[in-house]
Design a protein around this ligand. Structure first.
Ligand code: ATP
Ligand code: MG
Length: 411
């Protein structure tokens, strides 16, 4: 029969990869929880409207990347393509605006986008994300950015670049879009057809183009960063100042456009040259209008999402070792004793395994070494046990009742 394979653009996480992911999760937890972030997980699918209303009808995500389906009740549902809108939905739904601000949340979940699969670009992928809601203090923007910088450093993600910009307020942005649209229409004949076709829909995306002629036009285009209202300019300057104070280097990049419509003021992205074409490790920004868009009270917010696969790729292949085995129980005609010993060892919190594949005693010794066990105990049905320290090679004979104390003491 023909084989059934994993769907295009998706992947299995095997035990070897799971260990590295668990280490990433632990690093995130150890960093974020002491900073006041609590874990949140929302459903894998949501009402389609949650994303079309917030992410933006004109964005790549809503235009072509959503996995949407209609359920038996005729409702349109979508596998979540991103985490901020669902978190804000939950914030409103659970009345979290009544909690002391800022409300700090983080998630580690899988997301779905119908993209062309390539290295570092999948149709189901994982993101670690944080959101801080209820404060417009620039220190909250800076805090989230500093945390992502710290996480990348802890993971050994190597050299990363942080680019930063401000998208101002919706009103400033709307005026600027008009201005940019006029500029683009005046240069329409020089633009790549795809860019020309998007002038009305989303002129800001013209800054993303790789087309040389378009880039030449864009180098002379008016910049939003030069149009900020004083309050937005001050906010942005404060964020930059705080990053400097925290020792987080960054570059101003007025062309930084995030692929979601809900951003206001600060936007940022970390990239890594180690990643090749898909260089974005993580990014985010402020979204002061989003909660209100979802029927909640006016609530400022800021956050980021970072790709788990891309963080692991940037961190390189130095795989985090799985937990080493404390004890391997070999046996020679005493399988029930071995079984009981392993069960008792696990009860004490030791990592223990027993021989289960019918190997000879010599083969069992090899297996213990292959597993990286610290100790191997050989049980033969008697009261005594031979215990071998596989690190030093030393061997001793001890009472079976003393075995676990001995292993726990030495492990
Ligand atoms: P890109 O420019 O690579 O398409 P994006 O701007 O769409 O990224 P965001 O929506 O900001 O990305 O998502 C945050 C992070 O999630 C990205 O920086 C990246 O690390 C990761 N990511 C986004 N899309 C994918 C994908 N299809 N496969 C794997 N990781 C992804
Ligand atoms: Mg994308």
């Amino acid at each position: 029969m023909s084989r059934v394979t994993v769907p295009r653009g998706t992947f299995d996480i095997l035990p070897r990869d799971a260990a590295r992911r668990a280490a990433l999760e632990a690093a995130a937890r150890e960093l974020l929880e002491p900073a006041g972030y609590g874990r949140i997980e929302t459903p894998t699918f949501e009402a389609t409207e949650l994303f079309s209303r917030t992410v933006g009808e004109a964005t790549d995500i809503v235009q072509k990347e959503m996995y949407s389906f209609t359920d038996d009740g005729g409702r349109s549902l979508t596998l979540r393509p991103e985490g901020t809108a669902p978190v804000c939905r939950a914030y409103v739904e659970h009345g979290m605006h009544k909690l002391a601000a800022p409300v700090r949340l983080y998630y580690l979940s899988s997301f779905f986008r119908a993209e062309r699969p390539q290295a570092g670009r999948y149709r189901q992928f994982w993101q670690l994300g944080i959101e801080a809601l209820g404060s417009e203090d620039p220190a909250v923007d800076a805090e989230t950015i500093v945390l992502l910088a710290a996480l990348l450093r802890r993971l050994g993600a190597g050299e990363t670049r942080l680019r930063l910009s401000s998208l101002a307020s919706p009103q400033t942005r709307a005026d600027y879009r008009e201005e940019l649209g006029e500029y683009l229409r005046a240069h329409a004949s020089e633009l790549a057809p795809a860019v020309r076709g998007r002038i009305e829909l989303n002129p800001l995306r013209a800054f993303d183009s790789d087309d040389p002629a378009t880039r030449a036009v864009m180098s002379g285009a008016p910049r939003l960063i030069d149009r900020l209202e004083p309050a937005d300019a001050d906010h942005f300057a404060a964020v930059r100042e705080l990053l400097e104070r925290a020792g987080v280097p960054h570059e101003l990049d007025p062309t930084l456009v995030r692929g979601l419509d809900y951003y206001t003021r600060t936007v940022f992205e970390f990239t890594s040259d180690a990643l090749g074409a898909q260089s974005g490790v993580g990014g985010g920004g402020r979204y002061d209008g989003l909660v209100e868009m979802l029927g909640g009270p006016p609530t400022p917010g800021v956050g980021w999402a970072a790709g788990v696969e891309r963080m692991l790729m940037a961190a390189g292949e130095d795989a985090t070792p799985a937990r080493p085995l404390d004890l391997f129980v070999a046996h020679d005609g005493a399988r029930a004793d071995a079984f009981a010993t392993v069960a008792a060892a696990r009860e004490r919190g030791l990592a223990a395994q027993m021989e289960l594949a019918g190997r000879s005693l010599k083969g069992q010794h090899k297996q213990a070494e292959r597993l990286g066990a610290r100790y191997m105990a050989t049980l033969d049905g008697g009261e005594d046990v031979r215990l071998r320290d596989l690190r030093s090679g030393a061997e001793e004979t001890i009472a079976r009742t003393a075995l676990l104390d001995r292993v726990a003491g030495g492990a």
